[in-house]
Design a protein around this ligand. Sequence first.
Ligand code: ARG
Length: 424
Amino acid sequence: MFKHSLIALATLASFSVSAAQLVLNADAALDVTSGKLIKPATVVIEDNKIISVSKSNRKGYAADAKIMNLKGYTLLPGLFDMHVHLTSDAHVHGYKRLQRTTQRSAITGVRNAKRTLEAGFTSVRNLGAPGYADIALKDAIADGDVPGPRIFAAGPSLGVTGGHCDNNLLTHEHAVTSQGVADGPWAVRAKVRENIKYGADIIKFCATGGVLSKGTKVGAQQYSQEEMNAIVEEAHLRGLTVAAHAHGTEGIKSAIKAGVNSVEHVSFVDDEAIALALEKGTYFSMDIYNTEYILSEGKKAGILEESLNKERKVGSRQRASFTKAVKAGVNMVFASDAGVYPHGDNGHQFSRMVKFGMTELQALQAATINAATMLKKQDSLGSLDVGKFADVIAVKGNPLENISTLEQVDLVIKDGKVEIDLIK
Ligand code: ARG
């Protein structure tokens, strides 16, 4: 009886209240899969889904639909940045970071999540945050408390004692160890399980030294092959994807052999590593804009002289590796490492990706459909296709002709909700 009246109520509701529809009429919409522009374009959103994408003003929407006229604009799927640290502040590096509590960083994250969304990035992978601050932020955004992108969060990054993902700034009298430090195959498995227990969506580990850590050799491998195998096997068993920070050649190869889903940075790549990535379908996630900020603003922000010296060797090599990987046809995703440089400037990397070898379309695919596919979310995100979540942005002009249009996003819709509207 009770069940029947509920069904009757539900039927009644679907007749009397029409679902909220939003109609976007623009000069064009980009189908990122085919690379074709639909001109002019109408995208209809109902609740949080895309229900139609068509050429010109089709009348197939509800009479009370809200209509937005986006003359001069091109519609694109919401962008993905596959490597950010939302809880990090680009003006606070090196010893300055020791003054920051997890709580303070979480509040920084609230500001940065908003800036990231304003830049048109509706999805991000947060690759490392102490104290699970990224997971708190993700939950707050999902609950509607604060604005921000969809976050795929890693929690604390795994790393060896004294490695890039440890904290080596203080002497042994002040022994500080980062939360993700674990040595040995069983210890790393336990760490993966702990991160999953506290809400991680993905696993990040440091395979080699890095630029911004004290006392690490950027090219040297840190985790052994056996440890990397254990991390990846444990994460995949639980259905999580894995990202490995790796600058050095041997570390890149070991990470690919272990079966990681993406390699971050990939600075000193060689032909063998590229061949391995092609064979395994591994994604490269390369932050090629970062070097400009580190070398121009880093010193002021507190980056150690030692790190600046490492960057002078890494930056140009990484860009050459990027060109080589693009030419070889390696799977690529857009990744900025924002947090090292200011959140909100993410889109500035697009023009560098084109300068160093990608077509405009390839750069856009890296930030949309490739990223969604790498996250195994290609059925619900990453393109303007019927049935997907309505994450849509608008930029002035044609981004296939001028990729710098991505540096200014005037309309951001996430999950069917207009988050940013700067259109006059
Ligand atoms: N988080 C990275 C590291 O410390 C940043 C590398 C930045 N440099 C670059 N050329 N992408 O290793």
